[in-house]
Design a protein around this ligand. Sequence first.
Ligand code: TYM
Length: 345
Amino acid sequence: MTWTRFTPFEITITKSAMPTKNKIAITGVKPSGTPHIGNYLGAMKPIIDFQKNHQTYIFIADLHSLTTVHNAAELRTNIINVALDFLALGLDPDHTVFFRQSDIHEHSELAWIFGCLTPFGLMERAHAWKDALATGKKDPTVGLFTYPVLMAADILLYNPDIVPVGKDQKQHVEIARDLAEKFNSTFGQTFKLPEPSIPENIASIIGTDGEHKMSKSYNNTIQLFADESTLKKQIMNIKTDSTPVEAPKNPDGDTVFKLYSYLATPVEIATLRDKYLAGGYGYGEAKKLLLTKYLEYFGPARQKRIELAKNLGYLEDVLKSGAQKAKKVASHTMEIVRQKTGLVL
Ligand code: TYM
């Protein structure tokens, strides 16, 4: 990829540099645990699909995960797992710049600059911060408070058009837009305003408790690549209502049915719907069906992941080469930002 040299007005890329894929998409996943079906449907699958007709950037948001993970071995394992999951699911390193956030120091540098433009009140109104306070989180950190500022830097460094995310990250992308506008109005037009891209029928996947969004922090997840017995346990744990086996059931109010419908074909979904409505079909059976579908749907990726895990050297090479490509773009952006802010003499 070739970028135009510094222009005093805006970050631009030459047309000839990207003749076919001139729209840019970026997203990140935090290695704060093991990716789950909510991550997959909300962001991982959408960005993998975007590879075909967008220039895509995918990064492992390891700096963000430091807000919750304070154990080096655990963080390393989580980073490897997120990388393996993405590659197994179809991330193609020839079509996507795949890297670790912490490898590109420009993320932290731009975050500091944005932090100096961010009104305190904007951060106080951020959902994640308000939730932390509302749920009585003990000793919430400055890192958690300024989390959206780092996220704005992650996004704007790469000048994207769209940011595929789940609904829970919508506000963060809006904050990135606010900070882009603030920078532009202070220092002159520099950043374009990216749009969040949220899958309409998915938006927020409900967890196995049937109540909260699926999240590592609610401990209500179905992991993507857990072993079969763990998956079975997680699926069998899905909370359902107390309608007796013989009675008809409402498919649309049931978490098992919803999850099944994300993975199954239209005919399979219609068949299960009929069974729910007819009665005489228990939630236990529906859960077994979901487990079978889950293993079938992710079967090829599970196999690929086993192979990938045998060669972690390849994984390291992919992330290293991705970091080199990301660095070129990020350092170009920072060159402009430094010029505009007066950090270059
Ligand atoms: P993280 O790691 O919590 O989640 C990764 C992606 O998965 C989506 N997601 C969901 N989508 C639907 N239903 C759910 N239950 C569900 N749970 C998670 C998230 O919305 C997200 O898109 N802050 C981000 C990581 C990040 C980032 C960025 C993302 C850091 N910098 C820049 C985009 C751009 C996060 O915590 O994601």
